[in-house]
Design a protein around this ligand. Structure first.
Ligand SMILES: *[C@@H]1O[C@H](CO)[C@@H](O)[C@H](O)[C@H]1NC(C)=O
Ligand SMILES: *[C@@H]1O[C@H](CO)[C@@H](O)[C@H](O)[C@H]1NC(C)=O
Ligand SMILES: *[C@@H]1O[C@H](CO)[C@@H](O)[C@H](O)[C@H]1NC(C)=O
Ligand SMILES: *[C@@H]1O[C@H](CO)[C@@H](O)[C@H](O)[C@H]1NC(C)=O
Ligand SMILES: *[C@@H]1O[C@H](CO)[C@@H](O)[C@H](O)[C@H]1NC(C)=O
Ligand SMILES: *[C@@H]1O[C@H](CO)[C@@H](O)[C@H](O)[C@H]1NC(C)=O
Ligand SMILES: *[C@@H]1O[C@H](CO)[C@@H](O)[C@H](O)[C@H]1NC(C)=O
Ligand SMILES: *[C@@H]1O[C@H](CO)[C@@H](O)[C@H](O)[C@H]1NC(C)=O
Ligand SMILES: *[C@@H]1O[C@H](CO)[C@@H](O)[C@H](O)[C@H]1NC(C)=O
Ligand SMILES: *[C@@H]1O[C@H](CO)[C@@H](O)[C@H](O)[C@H]1NC(C)=O
Ligand SMILES: *[C@@H]1O[C@H](CO)[C@@H](O)[C@H](O)[C@H]1NC(C)=O
Length: 434
């Protein structure tokens, strides 16, 4: 059965009633978008709940992925080539291919798109509304971004939304105080471990499982297109990329079934898991630098780290203050995956199979790192005891590594639990340097 657009999804996923979202709704069924993995527009994996009785939030640590973007400069030409192969078929059997005669590739590369900017602005509004009691015109969020244009623009749009929601209580947006250079030491990017293996073998193995029957089906209908498995992965991705770029459902979505998208979903889950997640021996260590910065902020103690931090920046109160109530950092998906894995979030009992997706896994990229994904570490005062909880896409995480069942953990126990970060990844960082 081919996909049908069954209903309207509010792609913004905003849960806060008194915020007027600016990102448009796109008429795509949720049943497809949740299978877009890291290309899913943000949706909340849970509804935000107030802290438990007796606890007051005293500090917020936000780590947010950039909003929706065009395909990267590496992926874009490959996606275009696969689409041109399909368009070049001698004849088509099926009305869902009719659009191709008039289709051309019109996506840009790398940068944030208007939908991504709007979602970042909306996220700023939600976060101001939720945490207004922690900020005023002299205690603004301290904002950092990795230096990619799309990450910087996400930070600026978030800040604009944050100030907008304050209804002039904040006369101007929080400034972007630190931009971390992606060619230097940078805890908001994952470029510093060149010896880490890639996920290529695992994604290729899964592609060989799920894509050949799809290629056969489409080649039967598109005579002479000669699509292979790689083309199928590329064409599946064109559905989310065109949808978010043009803010209407891409025609490419209609040539695939829901099961086809489940294949794409697992492809992206594997890519994340084996690139910087638990499946990569040098994945989690690439999140250690940020975790050590988090520990510094939670304990109000200087940063202790020998991985990705820039000690010059982190040693100065101008570029790494410890007296703020709100820290906002903007980053990339693979970096967030490394940080989740360094922290111990989304633990897996075994490494993900490259042939049989486990439906019970907790590792779904669309719930970990959709476009504009936020992780928030709330520090709280709970009847005098400093405590934390961690929300990923608004879902409170269980923090089993901290002995917590309800997601609450004392700061002391949390720091204790982070031995992996505090030892520079049990020494794994040395192997990143060759
Ligand atoms: C949030 O709450 C609404 C209303 O109760 C419910 O429909 C929705 O499923 C909840 N969302 C999540 C992700 O739990
Ligand atoms: C077109 O596809 C349908 C099944 O979807 C098939 O029954 C029919 O024979 C095909 N026609 C041609 C000309 O290939
Ligand atoms: C082809 O695309 C152009 C530009 O997007 C549009 O103006 C035109 O109406 C389309 N023609 C058909 C037959 O869909
Ligand atoms: C801003 O908040 C800080 C800390 O809560 C407080 O000390 C300060 O007086 C506030 N400033 C204004 C202008 O309200
Ligand atoms: C934080 O400390 C610096 C001095 O290091 C001071 O200039 C600044 O006003 C303080 N900020 C807040 C929000 O207390
Ligand atoms: C928001 O992002 C867009 C790019 O999509 C950029 O042009 C714009 O300048 C950003 N807004 C702010 C306030 O920086
Ligand atoms: C650390 O940050 C400073 C200030 O931005 C910069 O000049 C320097 O190149 C950085 N060093 C490294 C190793 O990243
Ligand atoms: C990928 O597979 C090839 C061929 O089996 C092997 O030589 C290579 O070491 C593997 N790479 C990784 C990163 O596992
Ligand atoms: C699929 O075909 C393209 C050329 O159209 C080629 O570059 C690619 O390597 C092929 N992939 C596989 C798995 O054969
Ligand atoms: C999963 O893969 C990682 C990286 O290769 C390895 O360190 C770890 O031991 C594996 N875990 C299991 C349960 O096999
Ligand atoms: C940058 O990172 C490298 C690798 O961990 C480290 O050796 C170096 O001291 C760091 N530089 C600064 C300025 O922190």
């Amino acid at each position: 059965m081919q996909c049908r657009f069954l209903g309207v999804l509010a792609l913004t996923g905003l849960a806060t009633a008194d915020v007027v979202p600016t990102a448009p709704n796109i008429d795509v069924p949720f049943s497809i978008t949740q299978y877009w993995g890291a290309y899913s527009p943000y949706y909340n994996a849970g509804n935000y709940t107030a802290p438990p009785e007796g606890c007051t939030v005293t500090q917020v640590n936000l780590l947010e992925r950039h909003g929706a973007r065009y395909p990267t400069s590496g992926a874009g030409p490959l996606i275009q080539a696969s689409a041109e192969k399909l368009k070049g078929a001698q004849s088509f059997n099926g009305s869902q291919y009719g659009f191709l005669s008039n289709w051309t590739y019109q996506l840009g590369t790398d940068v944030l798109i208007p939908f991504g900017a709007a979602q970042s602005f909306d996220a700023g509004q939600v976060h101001y509304t939720r945490y207004a009691s922690l900020v005023n015109s002299t205690t603004l969020p301290f904002v950092r971004a990795s230096s990619s244009e799309r990450v910087v623009e996400t930070a600026l749009n978030w800040s604009a939304g944050f100030a907008f929601a304050s209804d002039k209580a904040l006369p101007s947006p929080p400034p972007l105080s630190v931009t971390l250079d992606e060619s230097r030491n940078d805890t908001l990017d994952n470029h510093m471990c060149p010896t880490a293996p890639t996920s290529q073998n695992q994604t290729a193995a899964w592609t060989n499982v799920f894509a050949p029957p799809i290629a056969d089906r489409i080649n039967n209908a598109a005579h002479g297109a000669h699509l292979n498995s790689t083309d199928i992965v590329n064409l599946l991705q064109l559905c989310p990329f065109e949808t978010v770029a043009f803010e209407k459902p891409s025609n490419f979505c209609s040539i695939f079934t829901q099961d086809d998208f489940k294949g794409l979903e697992y492809y992206i889950d594997l890519d994340d898991f084996y690139s910087t997640g638990y499946g990569n021996p040098l994945g989690p260590v690439q999140g250690v630098g940020w975790v050590n910065e988090l520990i510094a902020r939670l304990t109000v103690q200087p940063v202790q780290d020998e991985t990705q931090t820039n000690s010059t920046l982190d040693g100065s109160p101008k570029t790494f203050p410890l007296n703020r109530t709100f820290y906002a950092d903007f980053t990339h998906d693979k970096t967030m995956i490394a940080i989740f894995s360094a922290l111990g979030l989304f633990p897996q009992t075994e490494n993900l199979s490259t042939s049989h997706p486990d439906a019970e896994r907790t590792w779904f990229a669309s719930r970990l790192v959709p476009f504009s994904a936020p992780m928030i570490v709330e520090k709280m005062d709970c009847d005098g005891t400093p405590s934390i909880r961690i929300l990923v896409n608004d879902l409170v995480q269980p923090l089993t590594f901290c002995g917590a069942r309800d997601g609450m953990c004392t700061v002391d126990n949390f720091v204790e639990s982070q031995a992996y970060a505090r030892t520079n990844g049990n020494g794994a960082w040395a192997r990143c340097l060759g």
